[in-house]
Design a protein around this ligand. Structure first.
Ligand SMILES: Cc1ncc(COP(=O)(O)O)c(C=O)c1O
Length: 558
């Protein structure tokens, strides 16, 4: 009898263990189903694979025909490349001299220079087509470099430049004059802060604000508070989304440490909603609305442009519906929904992405443009989430500081920015904004198609990306033609153009002309020659073969 009782008990325990194991397996499976199938969606794999990719480079012998182009095309490209290099040397003489003076001492410059184009091409490009990091002046929608070359600004200062540089110069001057009496006193507040807070709360529709020195820090604080108040460990970010360079929001490539408390899930996915519905360890979900232009893709830099597979298409209604569903699940599950508007805030609409998509978040981070030209990160949130201590447990606090937070000069420039933002002239800039920029993109696409150029643009309002419509290994060369034709890009090249709202029809017409001229020159020079069998898949295979061959050669040499 005793034996059969203990056998029963054991059997019961075994069954319970099996049920628990089955439940665990199910939740694990749900989690893996909610990952985006691409490498961007599998951060650990992407990091492992990144670690296996060997360095190799094309010398002059292979640089121009790595796509097996005929000798005539390769010769045409070689001639064009060195002619462009001569042109750059003449055009950017002071820039090149200044750059060689400091490059060895500025780590960031070395990094961005190395990663403007796919790495096998990088050395020859760096040696011949150095980009210009030294500018001397800005006005209207143009920039002037130290050699006196004038450019239309498509770089947009990482998104800070929403209203045009003269606007920010005025904010800086006005802001400084308001706070000059106090000067650089930190740890207290200039009275202008009160007006800033009132205006930011009005825009965000939230209860409290904290000031930080960068967007990265605002995001850090949002996640820390979400963890503190929910008592849960994990944050959810979506594949490819950038939220600054803090480790927890940058798992995978770029971060030497694994981010153990981060789930990277697919955006616009029912499987993700399912995970949010079931798991109990999720503190918050971070949304970067720029991803609406290319859901589940990483930031579109030209260094990853090894073929023509870059895709982008913005569907405002579909993204709004996704945000609405997210909102519902987060509310039901007590998960903190954080909109990271550091980039898109004030660019899409006067009231930011919340207004633009018609969905409210529990916390919103702002940055970039809100500083009126100075460094800033701002977190807004519901009162219960922003509180950094517990009334009933005084030693259990959620700490946050920052020496330069609420710096009087930043607060002054921010105040000038916010006051201008509320003015009718500024509000008018948002009227028909999308229609205007969509029409500009459409018109440019029509011209490109009519000219038979294998390039198209996709846009989310004033944020644009260049797409390549036929397979090619040389699309990244386009950035160098654009620059020669007077268009200033950021270091990610043709992947992201950021227009300021003060671009007039005339300004844009000039940009479009220069864009077309650059594309025609690139086409004439043979870079878009195409093998009849060429496809993005074949190009990827070719790249893999190159790596494999190199690996074998290296092993043999060893
Ligand atoms: C959406 C988003 N979040 C956070 C950040 C980080 O901001 P910062 O560079 O000011 O640290 C960025 C920067 O580009 C961003 O685009």
């Amino acid at each position: 009898m005793e034996l059969s009782l203990s056998t029963l008990a054991l059997a019961g325990l075994g069954a319970a263990a099996l049920t628990t194991a089955a439940a665990k397996t199910k939740t694990r499976l749900e989690l893996s189903r909610a990952k985006h199938p691409s490498l961007v969606g599998h951060v650990r794999w992407s990091k492992r694979i990144a670690g296996l990719i060997p360095y190799y480079e094309f010398g002059d012998d292979r640089f121009f025909d790595c796509d097996d182009a005929p000798a005539g095309i390769a010769a045409q490209r070689r001639h064009a490349f060195y002619a462009l290099a001569d042109d750059y040397r003449a055009r950017y003489a002071r820039t090149i001299a200044l750059k060689s003076e400091v490059k060895g001492s500025i780590s960031d410059m070395q990094f961005t220079d190395a990663y403007r184009v796919p790495f096998p091409f990088s050395r020859l490009v760096r040696e011949n087509l150095g980009a210009s990091p030294f500018l001397e002046a800005s006005t209207g929608v143009t920039l002037t470099d130290v050699d006196g070359n004038l450019y239309y600004d498509l770089a947009g200062s990482y998104g800070v430049n929403v209203f045009g540089y003269d606007f920010y110069k005025a904010c800086l001057a006005e802001g400084a004059s308001r706070v000059d009496l106090l000067g650089p006193v930190l740890g207290t507040y200039h009275p202008v802060v009160a007006d800033n807070v009132a205006r930011i709360l009005d825009i965000s529709g939230l209860d409290e604000v904290s000031f930080h020195m960068s967007g990265t820090e605002a995001v850090m604080q949002a996640v820390r508070l979400a963890r503190y108040h929910t008592g849960r460990s994990h944050l959810v970010r979506f594949s490819g989304a950038y939220h600054g360079w803090w480790g927890d929001v940058q798992p995978g490539v770029g971060n030497p440490e694994p981010a153990r408390s981060t789930y990277t899930l697919a955006e616009m996915s029912d499987a993700t909603l399912n995970v949010l519905r079931r798991r109990r360890d999720i503190a918050c979900v971070l949304v970067n609305p720029i991803q609406a232009l290319h859901p589940n893709e990483g930031p579109p830099g030209d260094s990853a442009l090894i073929d023509s597979s870059r895709r982008a298409a913005f569907d405002r209604a579909a993204y709004a519906e996704w945000l609405y569903k997210l909102r519902e699940v987060c509310s039901a599950r007590g998960i903190v929904l954080i909109f990271d508007e550091v980039f898109v805030g004030f660019r899409l609409a006067n009231g930011g992405a919340q207004e633009y998509f018609g969905v409210r978040a529990d916390m919103v981070t702002y940055g970039k443009t809100l500083g009126g030209g100075l460094p800033i990160g701002v977190l807004c949130g519901r009162r219960a989430l922003m509180k950094r201590y517990r009334d009933d447990r005084p030693a259990d606090v959620c700490f946050a500081r920052g020496t330069f937070s609420a710096n009087p000069y930043v607060m002054g420039a921010m105040n000038a920015f916010l006051r201008r933002l509320a003015m009718p002239e500024c509000k008018a800039l948002y009227k028909d904004l999308d229609a205007t920029w969509n029409a500009r993109a459409e018109a440019l696409n029509a011209r490109l198609a009519a000219a038979g150029i294998p390039v198209a643009v996709a846009n989310m309002s004033t944020i644009w990306t260049v797409l390549y419509t036929q397979p090619s290994r040389y699309n990244w060369m386009f950035q160098y033609y654009l620059r020669k034709h007077g268009l200033a890009l950021s270091w990610v090249g043709s992947g992201r153009f950021i227009f300021s709202l003060n671009y007039t029809a005339q300004d844009f017409a000039a940009v479009a002309d220069q864009f077309i001229a650059a594309a025609e020159a690139m086409q004439r020079d043979g870079w878009w020659w195409r093998d009849a069998n060429g496809s993005p898949v074949n190009i990827k295979r070719q790249v893999l073969r190159e790596m494999w061959k190199l690996g074998v050669m290296k092993r043999k040499a060893a």
